[in-house]
Write a protein that binds this ligand. Structure first.
Ligand SMILES: [Zn+2]
Ligand SMILES: [Zn+2]
Length: 128
């Protein structure tokens, strides 16, 4: 490793799960889809994507639930319930982390929006 790539550390609310990234974020984006809304309980989600080989779980483990079998796998902390990840199946090759799980979420600013057609009409956010 060159040591020039910024690392991001994160974890769940209770601290049972911790992880650290070792590669460049592949992108940061809003997701307005209803499945994310159900999983998080929040009106919208913001994700940051990392290649699966550019992060590692350093404490505990991310529990998984296939919200759409064969297509979408979601990760969370089994102890405190924090929503943590979303992955596309088969694979996955990329893990999308909920940006709020990172200690330095302030440095991960979204630049795109997905599933805008499912956006709650009363939700107004600045255009990326
Ligand atoms: Zn937890
Ligand atoms: Zn979504």
């Amino acid at each position: 490793m060159s040591g020039t790539v910024e690392q991001f550390e994160g974890g769940c609310l209770c601290g049972a799960v911790r992880f650290v990234t070792t590669g460049e974020p592949k992108g940061v984006y809003w997701c307005h889809c209803q499945s994310c809304r159900k999983h998080t309980g929040a009106p919208v989600s913001v994700f940051v994507a990392f290649d699966c080989d550019t992060y590692r779980v350093t404490k505990g483990e991310i529990s998984k639930f296939d919200s759409t079998p064969g297509q979408t796998r979601r990760g969370f902390c089994a102890r405190c319930g924090s929503t943590l990840t979303c992955e596309s199946l088969p694979g996955p090759t990329i893990t999308h982390f909920h940006v709020g799980a990172f200690d330095q979420a302030v440095r991960l600013r979204p630049t795109r929006q997905y599933f805008s057609e499912e956006r709650l009409p009363w939700l107004h956010i600045a255009e990326a």
